[in-house]
Design a protein around this ligand. Structure first.
Ligand code: WT7
Length: 651
């Protein structure tokens, strides 16, 4: 897969200069300007970030911008006091932004809600007081399991306001996933809704949470938002534990002081998949993350006060944290938030919304773009998309063909495209065009953001044209750890080279210094922009009594970017039939969620292994992608490959 990607991007030679109309009105207007600012940010990062931070509100200023005395434990804006919710809301209440729309929301059925910054302030304060009334204190963990409704943003901001640590769990995760995440961080409260609208139906979220928290002794209360206000739909409330959101906030005051947080106080946890069976609780702290999400939003989206900005991600992932909630609101922007899927009730739904709200900036994932391509140009062509002025992508490498389609059909060749490479761990965009400055190349995330010292290294730390992506300097938005697992933090990100961050991606750097991200080099698969650890799936399969062993790999997929194929060998006397495939899929749904079901499950008598017993995934990948199988000289039993190849073609 890496080789295929490398081939495609080596052949890609097209370049696109920033459109002059865009450029003339942009914050930064030339590559020279980018280079100058970049140089400053690398040569003198502390001065650079201090100046940037002075655009935000601090209750107390820092003593030191960066403490790098004890890597990889970096500390930013030491001893300063601030609050990110204050910066996202209160900071704007003294200006004209106060009465500007902060969130324009539309539900799947078409219901609408607009919250100005002042509205948001009242709702967040009420919710913050509600949490306090339940005994929530600074540092307590709160798990949030909600659909894309305004109360999700409100809950997140309310936690930040009082210094409670939020852990948002994407509403596609199963009860068992919720349970594990809640237990890992010992959350005190869960926040959910009766249900969600999904493709015209109700998704019963509260039932899933009920099932999860039966096995979560740390949970004291469960706050329930009423989303599906229909008569036939009522969920059972357990008086001891469950409390309606509307009852909780009804009597709460609209005033709630923002807690003065230390720069390095924990802001949130967000669980993400790694190379073991156990997801990692990524830790982000207050001031650095705040500054980084603010500053990247400002320059990469080139936000203007009058813009309507739409990021189609879910707040359950980092993209939604940084670029629906914190970054845009810290900039006083107007965000469109949408509850539904792109094809309910029809395949033109997103474009209908772009027209309806005159969206100016649109940020989505390559997998969505490829899906739109498949549905056909007639859908976007039905709507007036002329309000769009900037397009963005995130989550996985974008193939040049999809990039060109986005450029032509959605952007009418008028809009720059920012292909932004970053991760849950980085907090914000790391390699990205600056739209008024950077000449783009389809498929390349282009150049590093300010302060980001990116390079491509081999395993010995030597710079190469193709190899492993690495970040040499700390940056404000960086993760500060993995919850409860310092060793894993050091091992995963900081052990490849000395004091250099290893993101887990392969990359190529071209003659212009442009980065081309080639995908993960570890056992993490990126399916439709969702990160899934192959080990997580493997451990699920082997938990089934009939399964002896399993190996899961990622293969190229036309729409999803990557898809998973599971090779499963059974215990003696068991038959690999369709019923068992269904059972295994069901198990994945129970343990993780529907989105993690592999594309194919293949039963095999044996898995190819080295003489020392290590499964040779490379060979499995070759088989699954129909390539000539690579070097098998280290294989313990070469006949396994022949049997597998036959099996794969049969299925
Ligand atoms: C992984 C991070 C960043 C928010 C969404 C995903 C891949 C992300 C790009 C891009 C190529 C990309 C990388 C990265 N990725 N953006 N523009 N080009 N690859 O966050 O779940 O933390 O996943 O997504 O492989 O490591 P995440």
């Amino acid at each position: 897969m890496e080789n295929e990607n490398l081939k495609t991007v080596l052949e890609e030679k097209r370049t696109f200069e920033p459109q002059s109309n865009f450029q003339q009105n942009a914050k930064l207007q030339s590559i020279a300007e980018y280079k100058e600012k970049y140089k400053k940010s690398i040569e003198n990062p502390e001065e650079f970030w201090a100046e940037a931070a002075s655009e935000l509100h601090f209750f107390k200023k820092w003593d030191r911008v960066l403490n790098a005395d004890n890597p990889p434990f970096f500390r930013w804006f030491e001893n300063a006091k601030t609050n990110i919710c204050y910066n996202c809301i209160d900071r704007h209440l003294g200006s004209a932004t106060r009465n500007k729309a902060a969130i324009i929301w539309e539900g799947e059925p078409g219901d609408e809600q607009v919250l100005t910054y002042a509205d948001l302030a009242r709702k967040v304060n009420k919710m913050a007081n509600g949490l306090k009334s339940l005994g929530v204190k600074k540092g307590d963990r709160i798990a949030i399991y909600l659909p894309m409704i305004p109360e999700l943003a409100i809950s997140v901001l309310a936690c930040a306001r009082i210094g409670a640590v939020h852990s948002v769990i994407f509403a596609g995760f199963s009860a068992e996933s919720i349970r594990d995440r809640v237990n890992d961080c010992q959350a005190k409260i869960t926040i959910t809704s009766d249900g969600a609208w999904r493709r015209g139906k109700h998704l019963l979220l509260k039932n899933i949470v009920d099932q999860a928290i039966k096995n979560c002794p740390s949970i004291e209360k469960n706050i329930v938002i009423k989303r599906c206000k229909t008569e036939q739909f009522d969920c059972t409330m357990e008086p001891e534990k469950d409390i309606w959101y509307h009852d909780l906030v009804e009597k709460c005051s609209i005033h709630c002081p923002a807690e003065e947080m230390d720069s390095e106080d924990m802001l949130f946890l967000l669980y993400t998949s790694g190379t073991t069976g156990k997801p990692k609780g990524i830790i982000h702290t207050t001031a650095g993350y705040m500054l980084y999400s603010y500053y990247t939003s400002k320059y990469v989206f080139d936000l203007k006060p009058e813009d309507v900005y739409w990021c189609t991600a879910d707040i359950g992932w980092i993209t939604g944290h940084s670029y629906i909630v914190y970054g845009p609101l810290a900039n006083g922007a107007t965000c469109l938030m949408y509850e539904g899927t792109p094809n309910t009730p029809h395949k033109g739904r997103f474009w209908e919304l772009v027209e309806k709200y005159s969206v100016n900036i649109f940020y989505t994932a390559p997998t969505a773009i490829r899906t739109f391509m498949k549905w056909g140009d007639e859908w976007p062509n039905k709507y007036d998309l002329s309000s769009l002025r900037l397009l963005g992508t995130v989550g996985e490498p974008i193939n040049p063909e999809a990039w060109m389609w986005y450029h032509k059909v959605i952007g009418a060749e008028r809009c720059p495209i920012v292909d932004t490479w970053w991760q849950t761990e980085t907090g914000g965009m790391m390699i990205t065009p600056i739209p008024g400055c950077t000449t783009t190349k389809p498929g390349s995330a282009t150049l590093p953001f300010f302060g980001i010292d990116a390079c491509v290294l081999d395993k010995n730390g030597e710079e190469q044209n193709a190899g492993l992506l690495a970040i040499r300097k700390p940056w404000p938005g960086m993760l500060r750890g993995i919850y409860g697992d310092e060793e894993r933090f050091k091992q995963t990100y900081w052990s490849k080279w000395k004091n250099i961050y290893f993101p887990g991606d392969g990359a190529r750097k071209d003659e212009d210094g442009y980065f081309w991200i080639l995908g993960r080099v570890d056992d993490v698969v990126n399916v439709s922009g969702h990160r899934i650890g192959t080990a997580e799936l493997e451990s699920i399969f082997v938990s089934h009594t009939k399964v002896a062993e399993s190996a899961v790999i990622g293969i190229d997929h036309k729409i999803k970017g990557q898809a998973m194929v599971a090779f499963v060998s059974l215990r003696e006397g068991n038959d690999g039939n369709d019923d068992l495939i269904e059972e295994l899929k069901k198990l994945v749904v129970e343990k993780i969620g529907k989105f993690a079901i592999p594309e194919r499950i293949i039963f095999t008598a044996d898995l190819p292994k080295t003489r020392s017993g290590k499964i040779m995934r490379r060979l499995l990948r070759d088989i699954a992608e129909g390539r000539t199988v690579g070097n098998v000289t280290t294989l313990a039993d070469a006949s396994v490959i022949e049997a597998l190849k036959e099996k794969y073609q049969d299925d």
